[in-house]
Design a protein around this ligand. Structure first.
Ligand code: G
Ligand code: G
Ligand code: MN
Ligand code: NA
Length: 254
């Protein structure tokens, strides 16, 4: 209750910031993208995790204005990287169901791209399986409109929901992100580790890029490389970075 009241004021008080977590191409270990992750430093409550406040934002409808701010801030920042060695870096932004389902979502995205000047090819929107499962036809139409703009779409947290192969195949998504809960299984017995190579081979067969999330050890990295995974993200490479730390990363590496 208290949290909701403070959340209502957070935007106007400027309490949100974005961190950016590097995504590394495994063939050569080059930085190719970053995921924007919101942080809220509430004057009264201190740091609150998005895992705590995003659900509240969803329930109250505040997700629309917060999500709009995230998208605009991320695109504005990504445009700035062109002047500091990060002009090729793709920006991935998490999109919530309540934000995605706004009737004017596509036109909002279009107007943010035009006001920030960011090339649509540099923007990737991360959606989740549950958004698709709950409203396949509407989602499909919107994703097609977004894809026509040149934006990329990623399926986030893949493997934790219920989307079938046939659904994945129909959607204009370019990337599948393997949920981080599967990374711990990689170093276990064969039966447990088989889910990750199964997702990798499925993605490859469908012509989609695959990103492993939550990579924490070099052992996991070596296994992922051997399994043919394209890209990875996780503490092994970097924690989420502030905007200025990311620019140093472009210039000097980790
Ligand atoms: O960054 P962290 O691991 O604490 O994020 C926790 C959860 O919050 C993750 O599921 C992540 O996808 C989600 N999240 C982080 N930033 C955003 C954001 O900008 N928008 C939405 N909708 N979710 C986010
Ligand atoms: O749901 P989503 O995949 O968007 O969540 C991303 C979240 O995962 C971010 O909040 C980020 O802080 C967290 N994260 C990123 N890398 C790692 C990692 O290597 N290990 C763990 N445990 N969490 C991570
Ligand atoms: Mn994500
Ligand atoms: Na994820």
């Amino acid at each position: 209750v208290e949290l909701e009241a403070y959340l209502r004021k957070a935007l106007e008080r400027g309490e949100f910031t974005l961190l950016y977590q590097p995504q590394v191409e495994l063939d050569g270990e080059r930085l190719i993208g970053v995921e924007a992750l919101i942080r809220w430093n509430c004057a009264e409550l201190g740091l609150i995790s998005p895992a705590q406040f995003i659900p509240v934002a969803e329930q109250t409808g505040l997700i629309r204005s917060i999500g709009h701010w995230v998208l605009e801030e991320a695109c504005r920042e990504a445009k700035r990287w062109e002047a500091c060695g990060g002009g090729h870096v793709e920006i991935s932004v998490n999109v919530s169901a309540g934000q995605f389902m706004q009737p004017d979502f596509v036109s909002r995205v279009r107007s943010i791209l035009s006001s920030t000047g960011l090339a649509p090819q540099r923007l990737c929107l991360e959606i989740t399986e549950s958004m698709v499962v709950h409203n396949l036809q509407a989602t499909l139409t919107m994703l097609q409109e977004l894809a026509e703009l040149g934006i990329r779409i990623a399926m986030d947290d893949f493997g934790t929901g219920y989307s079938s192969l046939s659904v994945i195949k129909q959607l204009p998504i370019s990337t599948i992100k393997i949920d981080r809960s599967f990374m711990g299984d990689l170093t276990k017995e064969d039966a447990d580790r088989s889910i990750v190579p199964a997702i990798i081979s499925m993605s490859t067969t469908l012509g989609k890029k695959v990103v492993a999330e939550g990579v924490e050890t070099s052992e996991q990295l070596q296994l992922l490389k051997r399994m043919g995974c394209d890209t990875a993200q996780g503490y092994y490479f970097s924690r989420p970075l502030t905007a200025s730390a990311l620019i140093r990363y472009f210039q000097y590496g980790v």
